[in-house]
Design a binder for this molecule. Structure first.
Ligand code: HEM
Ligand SMILES: [Cu+2]
Length: 628
């Protein structure tokens, strides 16, 4: 790989300095309207939330492995505090991003200490059953709505998409800023809910009534938080759609868009169309809880021997429909940006065009459309009658086809390439089989007959975690290693990166494969003691400890990642604007790091497709999109 500096880099930086207006600290870093700063804000915030969701899971895994044993608070709090101190140390305790993150890690250590103690949550140091429910519900909520989506869309989408389409910024920069701040408020409300009487929401991330309507105050906070998060997503998605449709560089026709941009476009439509019904439903549930309405409560509901006065005429099943009408498309919101990231990395590191670019694009569009008519495959057990079941089984089998097309195209893209095995590529390569397992294990859940047995077992937990953890999370890691040189002008350390990859890859499978086995044995999900009380789990219960240990070991490997980020930000090898010798605009037309605002020295014109690698007769093995 070439490390020589392109000659325009120096000029661009000079130009940059001359161009630079004096901006105050607040408008530059805090209430910024620059899509890159907002992308970074989204990135830092969502990574911290991912860490929090991950920590909740580690606390749960203690309870699952050793139910009834006192929780070793110090073993969990101390490492997080040390990460905080280490981060501050690497940043020299000076006012900077690193120090801020260090302080936030210290705050997180205090939060975890709070969460892992207290008579209400941990009587005599042992987890209360209701509290396991809280941790589970909040782990799911935080991971999805505060972690993965804001990272995949808010951070990567915001930072990369405008650069990839040659736009000076998003179409509505102020809306963009509002989207971030509303997201943050939603997140803070969710965190505060841990401190209200009765603790955080404990009705699952699905919030099914009637349970959710008689749950403690935390559920009200959850609903209010969700309204903020949904509003934020809606503002973001409108912005993304208009930006992609209106602000593409000259010559950048739709079929020349990098697949990452397509993925963001389809994702935005999913958010825009699927979230409003849940926002409405959330407000209705809120009214049921605080205003005495009965949208979701059936007549004659009796709770602990007492008739619930406001219950009547409502239907819990309506909530299930409204919830899954969002939540199935949401699954594709989690996976499409991931596929977008993977496509960029695979094309570049095989030095070959993406095989079947058109099929991939059409598949993504088809997925987008179909994802609105499969939702009730989550409800076979609810009981809808065979006709409706048959419809949803059919659509579910159909929607699996485009995913298979995308995955197959990516796999074929590898064939005959001269593959560069850097950390980003390793994560991208691992994505293919991991998402493959996640997808294939979904098929039996899409058929009512087999779902009868598998529904609500650990098989489901194993299935969707293969999609979101070694699937999406790996793609997001890949994206961080991949775009880091663009963000900072420096590269991440490859040795630390590879340790991080291999450790995570091995541990992930030790965590999630056993869940599939437990589930097939019939072990139910959402059990606070991991299924200890059931005789049918006797043969598979030992796996709980295996999975928990794998989860904690995996946590240790994440330290290599955290250290790598902060170390590389300060001390990483300086690199050129186009570190990976890539073709898309964010690499070949912008500087590293890109200009503060405006993005481009001169707006680029596009002449080529997104993945013209190793074109016969070309001088180099890559032809940038903007090269004449
Ligand atoms: C290595 C990482 C992870 C581990 C070890 C893990 C582990 C777990 C465990 C043990 C449960 C509870 C199962 C139960 O009691 O039924 C759970 C539930 C869940 N997890 Fe994860 N998880 C991880 C990452 C993620 C990610 C990345 C996401 C989403 C993007 C996610 C979303 C969920 C959801 C939605 C639930 C269901 C919560 C509910 O039942 O309401 N998890 N996870
Ligand atoms: Cu679904």
């Amino acid at each position: 790989m070439s490390t020589s500096s392109h000659s325009h880099t120096a000029d661009a930086h000079i130009h940059h300095d001359a161009h630079h207006h004096e901006q105050g600290f607040w408008s530059k870093y805090v209430f910024s309207t620059d899509h890159k700063v907002i992308g970074i804000q989204y990135g830092v915030t969502s990574l911290l939330f991912l860490f929090l969701g991950f920590t909740l899971m580690m606390i749960m895994r203690w309870q699952l492995a050793y139910p009834g044993e006192p929780f070793p608070v110090i073993r969990f709090v101390l490492p997080i505090g040390i990460i905080g101190l280490l981060t501050m140390f690497v940043s020299g305790f000076k006012p900077s991003l690193g120090t801020t993150v260090g302080v936030l890690f210290m705050a997180m250590a205090a939060l975890v200490w709070y969460l892992a103690t207290g008579e209400e949550r941990m009587p005599m140091g042992i987890m209360a059953p209701e509290y396991y429910n809280s941790l589970g519900a909040m782990h799911g909520t935080i991971m999805i709505f505060l972690g993965v989506v804001p990272l995949g869309v808010g951070a990567f989408g915001n930072y990369v998409m405008p650069l990839q389409i040659g736009a000076p910024d998003m179409a509505f920069p102020k809306l963009n800023m509002m989207s971030y701040w509303i997201y943050l408020v939603g997140g803070i409300i969710m965190v505060i809910s841990f401190f209200v009487p009765g603790g955080a929401a404990n009705s699952g991330w699905t919030s099914y009534p009637p349970l959710s309507e008689i749950a403690t105050t935390g559920q009200t906070w959850w609903l209010v938080g969700m309204v903020f998060l949904i509003t934020s997503s809606l503002l973001g998605s409108v912005n993304f759609i208009v930006t992609i449709l209106q602000l593409r560089a000259k010559g950048l026709s739709f079929m020349k868009l990098p697949f990452f941009v397509w993925a963001q476009l389809v994702t935005s439509f999913l958010l825009l169309l699927a979230f409003p019904p849940l926002e409405a439903a959330g407000i209705l549930q809120l009214l049921d809880r605080v205003a005495g309405t009965s949208f979701f409560l059936p007549s004659g509901l009796v709770i602990s021997g007492e008739k619930l006065m406001n219950a009547g005429g409502g239907t819990p099943i309506l909530w299930q429909h409204l919830f899954w009408f969002l939540a199935h498309p949401e699954v594709y919101v989690l996976i499409l940006p991931a596929m977008g990231i993977i496509s960029e990395i695979i094309a570049n590191n095989t030095r070959k065009p993406l095989w079947g670019y058109k099929y991939i694009v059409y598949s993504a569009l088809f997925i987008g459309f179909m994802s609105f008519i499969v939702w009730a495959h989550h409800m076979y057990i609810t009981g809808m009658g065979t006709t409706i079941s048959a419809f949803f089984q059919t659509t579910t089998m159909i929607i699996s086809v485009p995913s298979i097309v995308i995955l197959t195209s990516l796999a074929i893209s590898l064939y005959g390439g001269s593959i560069r095995y850097n950390t980003a590529m390793l994560f991208a390569l691992a994505f293919i089989p991991m998402f493959g397992i996640g997808g294939l294990t979904g098929l039996p859940l899409g058929l009512a007959t087999s779902d009868l047995h598998l529904h609500d077992t650990y098989y489901v937990i194993g299935h969707f975690h293969y999609v979101v953890a070694p699937g999406t999370i790996f793609a997001l890691f890949a994206g961080i290693y991949w775009w880091f040189p663009k963000l900072t002008g420096r590269t991440m350390n490859e040795t630390l990166g590879k340790i991080h990859f291999w450790g995570s890859f091995v541990c992930m499978n030790f965590i999630f494969f056993p869940m599939l086995i437990q589930g097939m044995a019939g072990l139910s999900r959402r059990l606070y003691d991991g299924g200890e009380q059931y005789s049918h789990s006797a043969n598979v219960i030992y796996l709980n400890e295996v999975m928990s240990i794998a989860a904690w070991v995996m946590a240790i490997f994440q330290i290599f990642f955290i250290v790598n980020v902060f170390l590389s930000m300060k001390k990483g090898k300086k690199t050129t604007d186009n570190h990976w010798e890539a073709t898309t605009l964010e690499w070949s037309a912008t500087t590293a790091p890109p200009l503060a605002h405006g993005n481009f020295v001169t707006l680029p014109t596009v002449y080529h497709g997104p993945y013209e690698y190793s074109v016969p007769g070309a001088k180099k093995d890559f032809t940038p999109q903007n090269e004449k």
